[in-house]
Write a protein that binds this ligand. Structure first.
Ligand SMILES: Nc1ncnc2c1ncn2[C@@H]1O[C@H](COP(=O)(O)OP(=O)(O)O)[C@@H](O)[C@H]1O
Ligand SMILES: [Mg+2]
Length: 276
């Protein structure tokens, strides 16, 4: 388990970005860290991976405080994909970036793994291009592929859907789901309520550096008061499912179930019209 315990963080100048935050992610679990701009998501990700040291509280990685582990050991076990992906790249080609990541941690069979990951992220055609010439969405996918190259047990993704088109979002959703199935712990910092609604993870909701709520996605996303106080809009599917519930139709927020409830309703109406 990767765990933040009562973490407080202050930037120079006294800005309190995290104020007594607890967060836990277990192996095989996805946690969405949600909150509007400035809520403290990125700061918490950096604290979790040891890039920022909390003023008080601690981060515990599988039973050891990370302040007692070497930065290489932490990086080997926690893969962190920052919000701005560019900062990870420094080599001439996409393939070289991937190879370097593997060599750095002494992982064998590099070529096979590099090709597998490039394929998985739709980057095979771009393997000889400079990372800096890629689009924002491609850079983001490359940065996730680089981090996965060394097989970390925990993966932290900061705003992974930012700048992604439909297929990019699908690739990221699919990746998160497979990381979970492989037994890794994943933390996704995001204010993308639509993405979280489809992913259906555990949610921790941050506002002004404090945890407002933790729970299953639908529980949190459908709480209008809570979402309003976090300065987030509920996802469209939650708004529609609530309106259907008010009409006496039991359904869920999942898009395919919403569609089948609506289809059933329409068939009932057609049947009623015919037999009137
Ligand atoms: N380097 C910094 N120096 C001072 N304040 C910062 C710095 N980085 C972030 N902050 C402030 O800390 C708070 C949390 O920021 P951040 O963690 O980036 O939020 P989020 O990722 O949720 O948008 C914000 O009020 C932000 O302005
Ligand atoms: Mg951020």
């Amino acid at each position: 388990m990767l765990e933040a315990v009562n973490v407080r963080y202050e930037y120079h100048g006294g800005k309190v970005a995290l104020d007594g935050v607890d967060l836990q992610v277990r192996e095989g679990e996805v946690v969405a860290l949600m909150g509007s701009n400035g809520a403290g998501k990125t700061t918490l990700m950096k604290v979790l991976v040891g890039l920022l040291r909390p003023k008080s509280g601690k981060v515990v990685l599988d039973g050891s405080e990370i302040s007692e582990l070497s930065s290489k050991e932490v990086a080997r076990r926690i893969g962190y994909v920052p919000q701005i992906a560019d900062s990870l790249f420094f080599l001439e080609s996409v393939r070289e970036e991937m190879r370097y990541a593997l060599r750095n941690f002494g992982i064998g069979d590099a070529d096979h793994r590099v090709e597998f990951l490039l394929e998985r992220f739709g980057l095979s055609e771009l393997r000889d291009r400079s990372p800096f010439s890629l689009s924002g969405g491609q850079k983001k996918r490359l940065s996730i592929a680089v981090v996965l190259a060394w097989d970390p047990k925990y993966v932290l993704l900061d705003e992974p859907t930012l700048g992604q088109d439909k297929s990019g979002r699908e690739a990221i959703a699919w990746t998160i789901e497979s990381l979970r199935r492989e037994g890794r712990g994943v933390v996704v910092a995001t204010h993308d309520v639509e993405f979280v609604s489809e992913l259906d993870p555990q949610v921790t909701l941050l506002s002004s550096g404090r945890v407002l709520a933790s729970g299953q996605a639908y529980e949190v996303l459908s709480d209008e008061k809570l979402m309003k106080s976090a300065n987030l809009l509920p996802p469209q599917s939650v708004i529609i499912s609530k309106q259907l519930t008010r009409l006496g139709i039991r359904t869920t927020h999942r898009v395919n179930e919403l569609v089948s409830s609506i289809a059933t309703l329409m068939r009932c109406k057609e049947f009623g019209d015919k037999h009137r």
